[in-house]
Ligand binder design. Structure first.
Ligand SMILES: CC(C)(O)CC(=O)SCCNC(=O)CCNC(=O)[C@H](O)C(C)(C)COP(=O)(O)OP(=O)(O)OC[C@H]1O[C@@H](n2cnc3c(N)ncnc32)[C@H](O)[C@@H]1OP(=O)(O)O
Length: 257
């Protein structure tokens, strides 16, 4: 499939989606949204791919939703068209998705990164929800996800002042899982994705589902869900293989069954 605003390549078992609108700092317009979701769905359906990386350029992961595209829209249009609902397609991807963020991840860019399963940041990354400076507020999940990641105080600070958080603060605050030199960002993210892609895919998906459930339910329900998923893993060949490989001091050969 030919894409206009993203580059898509597969390295081994890793799918890589690169946002590619350099002239607009990868601002997320309708085409980007449709293409990223379509590329993710393609990887989801491709048994040869076990994990996906979404990245941008050294200057910008994405500087937000496309302000020029949104500027003249009416309330009736954004409401009837359910503006940004298409991004929910990302949340239905069951394979792990890693955001590799260098440069600006602002507004929708920060929100897109937070929709991924985890974020690896380059040392120059800058995260922010500056929508308040445009007279609006986050609309792709920022007020909810950022608050869960960094807590109320920092989320309020960022949403109300529009200030940016650098990579070191983002790591301290729990927004990103690791910070690496910009030159190593993509290889670090691909390395993490490769590691995951070589594990048992059903076990990977169940781990992802269980961690995500922690954001949607009570502790008691989440613990019950985890226990039941854990029990169900004993129906997998991969559980037998993983544990046998440990006992026999050899590398596991998972078959995703
Ligand atoms: C999804 C929601 C609902 O949550 C809403 C949003 O995401 S709203 C958008 C939030 N993001 C922002 O407000 C950031 C806007 N951009 C900037 O503040 C600056 O561009 C910058 C600080 C990221 C970088 O500044 P600088 O290096 O000086 O580059 P610029 O000359 O400003 O930008 C280069 C080029 O890109 C265009 N651009 C940048 N961001 C966007 C955007 N979000 N939408 C559309 N276009 C964007 C900018 O206009 C420049 O293009 P030209 O005008 O020169 O053609």
């Amino acid at each position: 499939m030919a894409y206009e605003t993203i580059l898509v390549e597969t390295r081994g078992k890793v799918g890589i989606i690169t946002l590619n609108r350099p002239q607009a700092l990868n601002a997320l317009n309708t085409t980007v949204m449709a293409e990223v979701v379509a590329a993710l769905q393609g990887y989801e359906a491709n048994d040869a791919v076990g994990a996906i990386v979404i990245t941008g350029s050294e200057k910008a992961f994405a500087a937000g939703a496309d302000i020029k595209e949104m500027q003249s829209k009416t309330y009736a249009e954004v409401f009837a068209g359910d503006l940004f609902a298409e991004w929910d397609g990302l949340l239905r991807i069951r394979k792990p998705v890693i955001a590799a963020v260098a440069g600006y991840a602002l507004g929708g860019g920060c929100e897109l990164a937070m929709m991924c399963d985890f974020i690896i940041a380059g040392e120059n990354a800058k995260f922010g929800q500056p929508e308040i400076t445009l007279g609006v507020m986050p609309g792709m999940g920022g007020s909810q996800r950022l608050t869960r990641f960094v807590g109320k105080s920092k989320a309020m600070d960022m949403c109300l002042t529009g200030r940016m958080m650098d990579a070191a603060e983002a790591e301290r605050s729990g927004l990103v899982s690791r910070v690496v030199p910009v030159a190593d960002l993509l290889s670090e993210a691909i390395g993490a994705a490769e590691k995951i892609a070589n594990l048992s895919m059903p076990a990977v998906m169940m781990n992802k589902e269980a961690v995500n459930r922690a954001y949607e339910t009570t502790l008691a329900e989440g613990l019950r869900f985890e226990r039941r998923l854990f029990h169900s893993m004993f129906a997998l060949d991969d559980q037998k293989e993983g544990m046998s490989a440990f006992v026999e001091k050899r590398k596991a050969n998972f078959t995703n069954r």
